[in-house]
Write a protein that binds this ligand. Structure first.
Ligand code: NAG
Ligand code: NAG
Ligand code: NAG
Ligand code: CA
Ligand code: CA
Length: 355
């Protein structure tokens, strides 16, 4: 009898494991193959070889790019070097990148490990750059003031909070005010790998301000990119492993209520919003397995989606660019400026195209 019990339990365990394995492969979109969609006028951005995980374009065409992310489970081509913030002027015919010098006495450059970034422009046109960093794999948000003349970033402050354990992306709504996606719950990497494997969906979104810090949405299977509509009324959140983009209504008291969500056949990462049209531009991982277990012989591809009219009954989704990894591996973000498209990748190059 005891043996039967043990056998039954073992069988149940195995069945559960098999279920989880097949659901894990589905969540990773492991069987997805890429059908290339080319753009005629593209070139690789010179000077970016080791990642361009996040980027954001200011209204004047200056783009900030974060590079050199080191993250558990993600290949780094430059594991011993700190990350950097690069600047690129999209108004130029043939733009090049320039590394922004970081100043400020209390900032430890050697452990700078930039991930998501977001900007906030004040009424007096001061530009603040908020950068998620993972010094020693912890999470902080580093607040900088952009000094355009000097081509530098003045470090103002480091923000840490117990509700901000594992930040992926942020969207700034004030100089020290932002929404952040917490992509997993556990800090310990072993527990995290089980959390992600089992799909516990304990990932959440936090509103942070100096006076108030609060969880505003939860239950995500890896909340990743986050952004806001040009009128500030809607917040968009990408749920990487569930292949969804969620639209939330944002209230004056900063709470969020779910409005709708869209399904995709790809792992949705960063969201950029075109300030003019309100279209969403999304960098995607067609196949998550290839991202988390990097193989140069069978590299991850890239995919860029444009979503028009997201608030209507029939949003229009276009695959603007898709590549099998020959040109661009692991796209995480795409942003547009005056008919130009800039695509970033998690550990690889960046691509610049005329649309
Ligand atoms: C892209 O994703 C990264 C994190 O994965 C995030 O930090 C960044 O803000 C996102 N980019 C945009 C433009 O939303
Ligand atoms: C925030 O505002 C919304 C919409 O006005 C309201 O429904 C909600 O109860 C408010 N929440 C809190 C905690 O005040
Ligand atoms: C990717 O596509 C290119 C051309 O479109 C082709 O030459 C190459 O063999 C493909 N690579 C893989 C890994 O499928
Ligand atoms: Ca961002
Ligand atoms: Ca991301």
């Amino acid at each position: 009898m005891a043996k039967l019990m043990v056998l039954t339990l073992l069988g149940l365990g195995l069945a559960l494991f098999r279920d989880h394995r097949s659901s894990y492969l589905t969540r990773m979109n492991a069987f997805r193959e890429i059908k290339p969609v080319e753009l005629p006028n593209c070139k690789l951005v010179k000077g970016i070889e080791t990642g361009s995980e996040d980027l954001e374009v200011l209204h004047n065409g200056l783009a900030f790019i974060s590079t050199g992310l080191k993250y558990p489970g993600i290949k780094s081509f430059e594991p011993d070097k700190p990350g950097k913030i690069l600047l690129m002027d999209l108004n130029e015919e043939d733009p090049v990148v320039l590394e922004l010098r970081i100043t400020g006495s209390n900032f430890d450059l050697s452990s700078f490990n930039p991930h998501g970034i977001s900007t906030f422009t004040d009424e007096d046109n001061t530009v603040y750059l908020l950068v998620v960093s993972h010094p020693d794999l912890k999470s902080t948000v580093e607040l900088f003031k952009f000094q355009e003349e000097e081509k530098s970033l003045l470090h103002l402050k480091t923000i840490k909070h117990k509700l901000l354990p594992n930040i992926n992306d942020i969207v700034a709504v004030g100089p020290e005010h932002f929404y952040a996606t917490i992509d997993h719950y556990f800090v310990d990497t072993y527990l995290t790998s089980w959390e992600i494997y089992l799909g516990l969906a304990w990932s959440y979104v936090v509103y942070y301000s100096p006076n108030e810090v609060q969880v505003m949405a939860s239950g995500f299977d890896f909340a990743n990119g986050i952004n806001i509509s040009p009128d500030g009324k809607y917040v968009y959140i990408s749920e990487l492993m569930a292949h969804k983009i969620h639209v939330y209504e944002k209230h004056a008291n900063w709470t969020l209520t779910p409005l709708k969500s869209l399904d995709f056949n790809t792992l949705v990462d960063n969201i950029s919003v075109d300030p003019v049209t309100g279209d969403l531009w999304i960098g995607c991982h067609p196949n998550g397995i290839k991202i988390f277990s990097y193989d140069a012989e069978n590299p991850p591809g890239s995919e860029v989606l444009q979503i028009q009219d997201i608030l209507t009954e029939e949003p229009k989704v276009t695959v603007v660019y898709a590549d099998n990894g020959t040109v661009l591996q692991g796209s995480t973000v795409a942003a547009v400026y005056k008919g130009k498209l800039l695509v970033g990748t998690v550990f690889h190059r960046a691509l610049y195209c005329k649309l």
